[in-house]
Design a protein around this ligand. Structure first.
Ligand SMILES: [Zn+2]
Length: 146
């Protein structure tokens, strides 16, 4: 009981810590959710495939009748197909997501380059420095941070 309570408390604390992090970026948040769901499905797939393997083994050993084997095996096959389809769906939507993220990153980089191209005159020697520089490349004087 105490373990359950501690687990809940830790979970609540973790959620409280992580929430502001996720809020910052909606794309990041959706990516994290998708990854978690994907991980879950991957684990589910592993379990189902493991069950199929076990089932095949037990059938091979003669522990299972053909009838039981066929019945359980077809159930597992259906489950596996479902999970694989779900994984497929997430992966294809993640491709789109990745594409969008790349486009956004490219745009951000372009904006950064535009900022970098902006020049600031040194208040001490008058030489033009990139606006991103904190100190003059010529005399080392502190530049106004824009
Ligand atoms: Zn200078």
């Amino acid at each position: 009981m105490i373990y359950l309570f501690c687990g809940l408390l830790a979970g609540a604390a973790l959620t409280a810590i992580c929430r502001p992090l996720f809020r910052k970026d909606d794309t990041l948040e959706s990516a994290i959710i998708e990854e978690t769901e994907w991980d879950l499905l991957q684990r589910k797939k592993e379990i189902i495939l493991g069950n199929i393997q076990d089932l095949d083994f037990e059938h091979k050993c003669g522990k299972l009748s053909d009838e039981d084997y066929q019945k359980v095996r077809s159930e597992l096959n259906t489950e596996a197909a479902l999970v694989l389809a779900q994984i497929d769906q997430i992966e294809s939507s993640q491709d789109l997501d990745a594409l969008i993220r790349r486009e956004v990153a490219t745009r951000k980089n372009k904006a950064k380059q535009a900022t970098a191209a902006a020049q600031t005159a040194c208040p001490s020697c008058g030489i033009q420095n990139p606006a991103t520089n904190k100190f003059c490349a010529e005399c080392g004087a502190k530049l106004k941070v824009s």
